[in-house]
Design a protein. Structure first.
Length: 132
């Protein structure tokens, strides 16, 4: 189901996302999330440079840095979004989105990257504080 602009219907996409959440709990008994996967990925990368340090951290003793179902879920989010964008014809590489360019101009690529990074840090901090 595509909209006139080539994108997916938000009602269909939202409904399908909701079903994935329900079936995740129903079949696997797992709530899905992403923030732990990012921390575990950081731990896996850090293990390359200092495996003893990671092994001694309390957090990584409890949450061993490994590839598990949740990590694969995050990879699936990326691949699913890529497939959705490709099949809807809306995929494009764009450093500065149109909405940002309309407000701040197209020469603010570094500003855009800094704001996006800061927003990601704040969102991840909040998710980790909520143990999510």
């Amino acid at each position: 189901m595509q909209q006139r602009d080539g994108g997916w219907s938000p009602y269909l996409a939202g409904g399908l996302s909701g079903l994935v959440g329900v079936f995740s709990v129903w079949f696997a008994g797992q709530y899905f999330g992403a923030s732990t996967s990012f921390v575990r990925t950081a731990g896996m990368i850090e293990q390359l440079f200092g495996p003893d340090r990671v092994a001694s951290m309390d957090y990584f003793i409890k949450n061993v840095p490994r590839i598990d179902w949740q990590w694969m879920f995050v990879v699936g989010i990326f691949l699913g979004a890529l497939i959705a964008a490709l099949t809807s014809g809306s995929f494009r590489l764009q450093a500065v989105p149109d909405m940002w360019a309309g407000r701040f101009g197209t020469r603010s690529t570094i500003s855009r990257a800094a704001v996006a990074f800061a927003g990601g840090v704040v969102a991840m901090f909040g998710a980790r504080m909520a143990d999510g």
